[in-house]
Design a binder for this molecule. Structure first.
Ligand code: CAA
Length: 697
């Protein structure tokens, strides 16, 4: 029999047990095993088939690694139809996560039972596809169109109790999946229960699919899978027969399976899991973490403290004065109130976190027992060095001293302590209790177990943790500085900030670069430009219009005015009418005649600048692998997930075309558009960034 599907008989019941760890993915062997299990059960004269999974879950879906390869028989839809058509009564017993193709096998069974902790869902849209084995046809028949649309277009799983209420499962019972499954199947046999194929149920009631399609497309910012999945559900309601609905589902499924968006989303799925798996950390034990110190209680420090508290750590937050400490406490409590409101913590937990786990202090000696201290003070090297010198004096041996700097040289910071091996960068993104990205910045002398502890902390806080080397801006902010410079150059040459923001949100970015700058605070970029001015290459094109806004006291959202004007109580802003004048003056100063840009050219130049800098970041070893860059941009910079990240996007576009464009832009400005050596090398060797990922994972 099959290695991954065990066959056994318990009286009249043929039991098919999935044994394909870790998640019982329905790869080819599993599909073949199930098929031959049915054939044997039917040939042997069993009366019923029970399907369940060994280990942590029922089938968690198709084997995603098989996507894009030719489907080998039995195909998923054929398998599900075969299960449903079996003359024997088929029961599935669910536990863990019955997802995607897993739930589709369950829906093809005639009865379903689950343990209370089981979750069920059709998350295919997150992989750029739709349920392609009858899920869009069967789920609306059992649960109705509204529940089916919600599950299929959001991909959100539901719990067993909800599934029971919706009719997706027939019973919830405590116990082992095998035991409850056997008892239920026997009970059904004893009661003479009939086979109950979902395909025999009437087509569900139709709804206004067209308007919902438009809404979904808008909401998903260009991601096609949710709206396409809706069309498949529409077929369940409107097709002439169940089989015609299945055929329509298949057509739509294949469209998505062959799309670039599917490539991007599957890349994101595997990369977000691979990003924290670094070969050098294998077997390295992290240092113990229980007590955390945070220095600075502004938005960033308070966010870091909140994230640490929510993950069960004790936090001591250090401020300069009692008044500042009170304000910091207020910020943290405000953040925790938000968590309470969203049901992430209970009222009792809120009380414990704010009264027992959090303490405020104004004296460095309060940090003497901390296992890790994260400094989140003003972004100035002299200030950071004063902080680290004091930490070095009070912290216990083995304590990790971390800086939340976003640009500064961590080697330089480490050098002012007597223990540079304990110093690391932990670059959080604001608001730190919400944003998923954490860059772990490894300095020259950082000890390997300190790096492992940075990754362990990221895991505790639920972050996507990326290793970065030391350079100005590390991975994310360094690349941001380049693509933002590219946007500034396009403005000098004739584009407007509003056209650029609109083109890039159409591309799928959460926000355009000028709206982002307003959100982050224009003073941040201003300070950075001033810091870099003394060492800047005279060939660099630096616009003056962003400085003019700051000189006039406009720092973006926090002052109500920047590239946009923000009115209290209103979401988003409207174009600031002063900005075009500032830009015109800057062009006149430089003797530039503006020209028109198409949206396509804006996107191409912006993306080429991003890819070129990203290739330099990988080539210099600041990021270990292309996927580290991709995950940084996805989780910290609003890059559209369905495009996979800038280097996945580049692979999909073709690296030779990108290099050719960079070279043609270099004819106008050969300083800014110096092609990355790694990009040139990959093109010369006919290799891709994905090849590099594979070689380094
Ligand atoms: N195919 C292949 N590998 C899978 C997989 C799948 N469906 N689901 C998980 N894995 C792998 C992960 O990549 C990971 O591998 P590594 O250890 O090498 O990194 C390992 O299984 C464990 O996964 P997680 O670390 O994610 O474990 P978890 O306990 O945190 O989460 C899970 C488990 C909820 C099942 C989560 O892995 C998940 O959401 N998986 C994807 C589920 C999914 O999308 N299913 C639908 C697939 S599409 C489909 O079925 C439609 C079709 O074509 C018919």
């Amino acid at each position: 029999m099959s290695d991954v599907i065990r066959y056994e008989r318990v009286g009249d019941i043929a039991v098919l047990t999935a044994q394909n760890p870790p998640v019982n993915a329905l790869g080819l062997d599993v599909r073949r095993g199930l098929l031959s299990g049915f054939e044997r059960a039917e040939a042997e004269g069993a009366k019923a088939v029970l399907i369940y999974g060994d280990g942590r879950t029922y089938f968690a879906g198709a084997d995603i690694r098989e996507f894009g390869k030719p489907m080998q028989a039995p195909s998923f839809p054929d398998l599900c139809s075969r299960v449903e058509a079996s003359p024997l009564m088929v029961v599935s017993s669910l536990h863990g996560t019955a997802l995607g193709g897993g739930l589709e096998v369950a829906l093809s069974s005639h009865y379903r039972i689950a343990v209370p902790s089981a979750k069920m869902g059709l998350p295919e849209v997150h992989l750029g596809i739709l349920p392609g084995a009858g899920g869009t046809q069967r789920l609306p028949r059992v649960a109705g169109v509204e529940i089916a649309l919600d599950m299929i277009t959001t991909g959100r799983p539901i719990c067993a109790a909800k599934a029971l209420e919706a009719g997706i499962i027939d019973r919830v019972a405590e116990g082992e999946p095998r035991d409850i499954g056997l008892a239920y199947t026997q009970e059904l046999l004893d009661a003479g229960a009939p086979r109950r194929p979902v395909c025999d149920l009437p087509a569900p009631q139709s709804v206004d699919f067209d308007s919902r399609y438009d809404e979904l497309l808008k909401k998903s910012r260009g991601q096609l899978s949710p709206a396409t999945a809706l069309r498949a559900v529409q077929a369940a309601c409107e097709a002439d027969s169940f089989d015609a609905g299945l055929r329509r589902e298949r057509e739509l499924f294949m469209e998505l399976m062959n799309s670039d968006q599917r490539l991007g989303l599957v890349h994101a799925f595997f990369s977000e899991r691979a990003v924290s798996k670094l070969p050098e950390l294998k077997g390295v034990a992290p240092r113990a973490l229980a007590e955390i110190g945070v220095i600075g209680g502004g938005t960033m420090g308070a966010g870091i403290a909140t994230a640490a508290l929510l993950s069960g750590l004790n936090v001591t937050l250090l401020e300069m004065t009692d008044t500042a400490a009170d304000a910091a406490r207020g910020r943290i409590e405000g953040n925790l109130q938000g968590a309470l409101k969203r049901g992430k913590i209970s009222a009792e937990q809120f009380t414990v976190l704010t009264t027992q786990s959090l303490s405020l202090a104004v004296d460095y000696s309060a940090l003497a027992q901390a296992d890790l201290v994260i400094e989140a003070v003003f972004e100035d090297m002299a200030v950071k060095k004063t902080v680290f010198t004091q930490l070095d004096a009070v912290c216990k041996p083995g304590a990790i001293l971390a800086s939340n700097t976003s640009y500064l040289d961590v080697d330089d910071i480490a050098a002012c302590t007597t223990r540079p091996e304990d110093v690391i960068g932990l670059h959080f993104f604001s608001p730190a209790h919400v944003m998923k990205l954490l860059e772990v910045v490894v300095a020259d002398k950082t000890a390997i177990d300190v790096v492992a502890t940075g990754f362990a902390l990221g895991k505790m806080l639920g972050k996507i943790t990326v290793r970065a080397g030391v350079c100005d801006g590390f991975i994310g902010n360094r690349i941001l500085a380049t693509y933002r410079a590219c946007a500034d150059h396009m403005i000098l040459d004739g584009a407007s900030p509003y056209q650029i923001d609109a083109a890039l949100t159409d591309f799928g970015f959460a926000m355009g670069p000028f709206a982002v700058a307003d959100l982050a605070g224009l003073d941040i970029g201003w300070a950075s430009r001033k810091r870099l001015a003394p060492t800047r290459d005279p060939r660099a094109r630096v616009p003056s219009f962003p400085d003019k806004l700051c000189e006039d006291g406009h720092f973006g959202q926090k002052t109500g005015k920047g590239y946009y004007i923000y009115e209290a109580g209103k979401r988003g802003g409207t174009a600031n009418p002063d900005v075009p004048g500032l830009i015109d003056a800057n062009r006149a100063e430089l003797g530039l005649t503006p020209r028109a840009f198409t949206d396509a050219e804006i996107i191409r130049r912006y993306m080429c600048a991003m890819v070129n800098e990203a290739a330099k970041v990988v080539g210099e070893g600041i990021a270990r692998r292309p996927l580290d860059v991709d995950m940084t941009l996805l989780f910290g910079y609003g890059f559209p997930r369905y495009r996979g990240g800038p280097l996945k996007w580049a692979d999909i576009q073709g690296l030779d075309g990108i290099l050719a464009d960079i070279k043609s832009y270099a004819e106008e400005d050969d300083f800014f558009w110096q092609p990355a050596p790694l990009l040139q090398q990959l093109v010369a060797e006919g290799r891709s960034f994905e090849d590099l990922n594979k070689a380094n994972s």
